[in-house]
Design a binder for this molecule. Structure first.
Ligand code: GLA
Ligand code: GLA
Length: 665
């Protein structure tokens, strides 16, 4: 069954409205809602006094319309009585100031009192809802994140470090605390990386603090999971993550104990309107799928214009449905829109739901209702269908954390670099898995490892084994620079991968935008091409690798910029510079042709084609993100699953519209 639904806040509306809501939801084809993740003060109006009656009544109405329920634990927003009684459960910011009460996600995740209240409300909910047949699963909290710098966190951090390093001598040695006379003689001397230090902290301390905070949320969540698993063994447990763009927590760790990943997909969230492209949403899907290498849900899918103080533009007709189908195209087995009604009050009055402020079901509702009717026909054929990728991009939270601490160059963003590489594949409609550097790699023909800045022995061994056995690995600048303590390695770069790459970095140049640099290729179809590079240039000294491109400018004109090394049965390509889009499109185009990897259906620019496979059946999603109709030349006859007709030859896809095509193979 394909799960299709909406995030619903019955507590925001008079009870007389609930049956109308359930009726409209059912007419839209919805079969699931998420409830209660911000309803703590309604469920526990005063300490230890629980009231679930209202929620039982809301669930009963939904259930009578065939709608199932995912319940959120409400711990992202504690009630006023709790914070009033225990003001120090509120988080301390990086500047050392404690936040006030009045927003959400403002609690200290380590505070023992907060932990206790979190366990209590989770226990009360689990006990109450275990036998409610409409409830199918749980969402822990809401969008975990945010670091706390309070005294309790400092103490916990010291304990965490003690456990990790065992002795202070070891910590002092690994962190290089001899620098600036920071050698510790007691664990209690270790402070937090507050912004009031007035200068950047020791990068080793800063990286460990990020890991510690990430582990904190893993254990916070784990306490809820243990309660839910023991009391409600038949329910699934998930959490709504913030996609690829969020880099505050190690999402591999956080999602390990979950049944599946969910994430919140706002292609035009107000904070990044200019950045939005269909490829950035696609990257979010690929990265979230890659956390568990498994299909996922979108727990919050954009339902209208977004906005808190100010509003984003209105998604044009067809666009909400198109984005929701893009989620499905990349492996979503559940799509839940945020939110049902547009709230009339509170901080998110302008973050639009499917219904208008006055409760009207208008254009956006009707668009999604059309999708609901479509999924009633084809949803079961799609649900569980897999995505198959021959290309992987590795992402490392350790490296992302390290890059937050030391960005190497103002123009060198880890996320930006990875996204640029991903986009080169997205433009060719090549499916990519975005996975952990420790994942099994043997099934991939091509693995890209952008800037594995913090490189461990086991990751280097994993990559070495992959290449030795015949794989093609692409490595980019600033790889292998740091050891696990965030200290620069005592060996030529790319450090632990120098062997596999057959090259060392002799010198490097963090060029700023004013300095022109380019590289000239001398290999296969790229021979004779000169392409501009930017931001970072490694000047290479081959140790067995073949030079396939050289710099053209400045004192290192003629020096190696890109190398290829035969290693075992495979090859490792070292891209010594960061490039513009055309650079990545050219290099990966060359490698894809070498591997005979291509999309089964060709499409014009702005049209995405993604494939899911159900047994021997291929399901192609043809998504036209342009404002013009586009023609697609089909290589063979396909089943148009929405129209239930056979199509072949050249077909049209309308502007901001899509097709679902099936074929046997
Ligand atoms: C100053 C200080 C040195 C060193 C350099 C480089 O000159 O005296 O200790 O910090 O700057 O940052
Ligand atoms: C996030 C949160 C939601 C809501 C939306 C819109 O995704 O999970 O509760 O705040 O953003 O702002």
């Amino acid at each position: 069954m394909f799960y299709f639904g909406v995030d619903y806040y019955p507590e925001h509306w008079p009870e007389e409205r609930w049956p109308i809501d359930a009726q409209l939801m059912s007419e839209a084809g919805f079969n699931v809602v998420r409830l209660a993740e911000f309803a703590w003060s309604k469920m526990e109006p005063s300490e230890g006094q629980y009231d679930f009656d209202w929620l039982d009544r809301a669930i009963a109405i939904l259930q009578s319309h065939g709608i199932s329920v995912v319940l959120g634990t409400p711990t992202a927003s504690p009630p006023p009585w709790l914070a009033h009684k225990n003001p120090d459960i509120l988080r301390v910011q990086e500047d050392g100031l404690r936040v006030g009460y009045g927003a959400r996600r403002k609690n200290c995740p380590n505070h023992p009192i907060y932990r206790e209240y979190s366990r209590n409300i989770t226990t009360a909910m689990a006990d109450h809802f275990v036998n409610n047949k409409a409830v199918i699963g749980w969402q822990t909290d809401n969008e975990f994140g945010d670091r706390c710098y309070c005294d309790i966190c400092q103490k916990e951090f010291q304990t965490w470090l003690h456990y990790r390093y065992v002795t202070l001598d070891e910590l002092n040695m690994r962190w290089g605390t001899v620098f600036w006379s920071h050698t510790y003689s007691d664990w209690e001397q270790i402070s937090l990386p507050l912004s009031t230090l007035g200068a950047p902290p020791n990068p080793s301390l800063a990286l460990d603090f990020r890991r510690f905070m990430s582990d904190t949320y893993v254990t916070f969540q784990q306490e809820q999971i243990e309660i839910l698993r023991s009391k409600c063994p038949d329910h699934f447990i998930t959490h709504n993550l913030m996609g690829f763009g969020y880099n505050g927590l190690d999402y591999f760790d956080l999602t390990k104990p979950l049944d599946f990943v969910s994430w919140d997909n706002y292609p035009i969230g107000f904070w990044h309107e200019e950045e939005y492209t269909p490829s950035s949403a696609a990257l979010g899907h690929s990265a979230m799928r890659g956390l568990k290498n498994k299909n996922f849900w979108v727990m919050e899918q954009q339902a209208g214009p977004s906005g808190w103080q100010t509003l984003s533009f209105t998604p044009r007709p067809g666009v909400l449905r198109l984005w929701a189908y893009q989620s499905i195209a990349h492996g979503a087995d559940g799509v839940v829109f945020f939110r049902w009604h547009t709230a009339r009050f509170g901080a998110e009055q302008y973050w639009h739901g499917l219904l208008e402020h006055d409760g009207r079901a208008g254009r956006r509702y009707n668009e999604i209702k059309q999708m609901g009717a479509e999924l009633k026909r084809i949803g079961t054929q799609i649900s569980g269908a897999e995505t198959k990728s021959r290309v992987a991009i590795l992402q490392s939270y350790d490296s992302r954390f390290a890059f937050q601490i030391q960005g190497n160059s103002p123009e060198f963003g880890y996320e930006k670099h990875l996204a640029q590489i991903y986009t080169a594949f997205w433009k060719r409609n090549i499916s990519v898995d975005v996975i952990s550097p420790t994942a099994a790699l043997s099934k991939y023909d091509l693995v890209i490892a952008p800037t594995l800045h913090v490189l461990t022995d086991n990751v280097a061994a994993n990559l070495g084994d992959y290449v030795r056995a015949g794989g093609t690995l692409v490595v980019t600048p600033r790889t292998g620079v740091k050891d696990v303590a965030n200290v620069v390695v005592n060996q030529p770069l790319p450090g632990l991968l120098a062997d596999v790459c057959g090259v060392i970095v002799d010198e490097y140049d963090a060029i700023t935008s004013g300095l022109p640099q380019a590289i000239a290729f001398d290999v296969d179809e790229l021979a004779g091409r000169t392409l501009p590079v930017q931001t970072w240039c490694d000047i290479l000294a081959p140790q067995g690798a073949e030079v396939i491109a050289r710099y053209t400018q400045d004192y290192y004109a003629g020096k190696p910029a890109v190398t290829r090394n035969q290693f075992g049965q495979g090859q490792a390509i070292y891209l010594g510079a960061l490039g513009t889009d055309v650079f990545y499109e050219s290099v990966f185009g060359w490698l894809l042709r070498q591997k005979s990897i291509q999309s089964s259906i060709e499409a014009p620019a702005g049209v995405e084609i993604s494939e899911r496979r159900q047994g021997d059946q291929s399901i192609y999603f043809v998504l036209n993100f342009t404002n013009l109709p586009q023609s697609i030349k089909l290589p063979a006859a396909h089943h148009d699953m929405l129209e239930n007709t056979v199509v072949s030859g050249t077909i049209q896809v309308d502007a901001n519209n899509m097709l679902v095509l099936g074929s046997k193979s």
